[in-house]
Design a protein around this ligand. Structure first.
Ligand code: NAP
Length: 303
């Protein structure tokens, strides 16, 4: 068997086109242009690449983008001041603080400073809680929301299926587990991590296997049940002198071997990654739509 390839690039492009249409509607009907502000602290090369692709995608969807690039030695108070300014700016609907931050800044306090109404990354504790209880008033973090959207658009059944998620991070795996488990998707979920004994005995039971670790080649053919759907979230830069960039991006799954047993598999790059950006844009358009609705209600009650 050779697995169907789950084309995140194509599906992400479809979602971005839908977002662009919504941006056009917001501009025409509500007089609002969604705006995303991205805060980058320091000069981490991988972060610079991510930030550039996010701001470029914003512009392509017809949104306003604003990049605030701060020095690596910026103080926490200065950073809070920048966030407070963006929280108060009506032209900014989404705020994203690119992680990781320099070691002298506590990321938790920074993420808590972002207004929950503009937290399009879904990292504020209020939105984490809303995602956990299934409250749609929050914002879902982009990567797990992107994985769910891939499953939905690919017609992968989740109801009653066993989903195994490798990894237990707050930004990907834990929210993904609660989305899969929720009424609707109704999957049975197992979460694995570094201390899981005999990882393969769990992954081999998966109808849907999602891997978010950051260890290229962790998941081999023997660890996958024949016919499983495999989604690879991992992105690791692996040095490659033959490549013009000097590195290539690898996922956590041994793609060539696993595609022989899986029924469907997402590649890296071109799988989950493009979905993350698409879902971030969708959250930003949604934040603008909610802001416009709030403004309309305020105007209505003032009249
Ligand atoms: P993370 O915070 O880096 O944590 C990695 C997780 O993997 C941890 O829970 C860790 O377990 C677990 N782990 C490590 N070694 C393991 C092993 N040998 N067996 C089983 N589990 C193991 O995770 P993350 O932020 O979710 O990122 C994971 C990967 O996804 C990274 O490669 C990241 O670059 C990528 N990523 C991609 C996107 C995208 O848009 N495509 C978005 C976000 C992240 P412990 O908790 O026990 O340490």
């Amino acid at each position: 068997m050779s697995a169907r390839i789950i084309e995140g690039t194509r599906i992400g492009r479809e979602i971005r086109a839908e977002v662009a249409a919504e941006v056009e509607r917001l501009r025409g009907e509500e007089g609002v242009v969604p705006g995303l502000a991205v805060i980058l602290v320091g000069n981490d090369p991988a972060s610079e690449v991510y930030v550039r692709s996010k701001t470029r995608a914003c512009a392509e969807a017809g949104m306003n983008d604003r990049l605030l690039h701060l020095d690596a030695d910026v103080s926490a108070d200065e950073l809070f001041g920048v966030i407070d300014g963006l929280n108060a700016d009506p032209a900014v609907h989404g705020i994203l603080v690119q992680l990781p931050l320099p070691p002298h800044i506590d990321p938790k306090s920074v993420l808590e400073r972002v207004s929950p109404a503009k937290d399009v990354d879904g990292f504020h504790p209020l939105n984490v809680g809303r995602a956990f209880v299934g409250d749609p008033a929050g914002f879902l973090p982009a990567t797990p929301a992107g994985v769910m959207e891939l499953l939905r658009r690919e017609g992968v059944p989740t109801h009653g299926r066993h989903a195994v998620v490798v990894g237990r991070s707050l930004i990907v795996s834990k929210p993904l587990a609660s989305l899969l488990l929720a009424p609707g998707p109704n999957a049975t979920v197992t979460l694995c991590h570094r201390h899981t004994a005999d990882l393969a005995s769990h992954t081999r039971l998966a109808d849907i296997l999602v891997v978010a670790v950051g260890k290229p080649g962790l998941i081999t053919r023997e660890m996958v049940k024949p016919g499983a759907v495999v989604l690879d979230v991992g992105t690791t830069r692996v040095p490659d002198p033959a490549h013009p960039r000097g590195y290539v991006i690898r996922g956590d799954v041994d793609f060539e071997a696993v595609r022989e047993v899986a029924s469907a598999i997402s590649p890296v790059p071109g799988g989950v990654g493009p979905m993350t950006i698409a879902m971030l844009l969708r959250n930003t358009a949604e934040a603008a739509r909610r802001a416009a609705a709030r403004a309309r209600r305020r105007a209505g009650s003032a009249a």
